[in-house]
Design a protein around this ligand. Sequence first.
Ligand SMILES: [Zn+2]
Length: 90
Amino acid sequence: MFSWPEVVVIGTVALVFFGPKRLPEMAKSLGQGIKEFKKATQEGMQALSTDAPMPQETACPACQKAIPDAKAQFCPYCGKSLATVPASAS
Ligand SMILES: [Zn+2]
C-alpha cells in the first residue's frame, strides 16, 4: 500500500504532532487524511505544472542565444538590438 519511506515519514510526523498516546486514535482519521492529502498533493502538482510552465527566455533574433536579462535591449553576445529584428540578417 505505502512504501516504507512514506510509512516512516507519516509515522514520524504523526508522533511529533499528536504524541504516542493519541497515535492509535489518530491512525483512523490519518488514513482518511492521507487519502485526501495524496489527492490534494497530486492536484497541487498538476496545478503547479500547468500554471507555471517553463519561463520563456528571450532569444536573440540574430544569434539565437538566450538572453538572461529580460530587459536587455542589446544582445550581450553579438551586440545587436533586441528591440528591432533586422529584416535581412545576413
Ligand atoms: Zn545575439
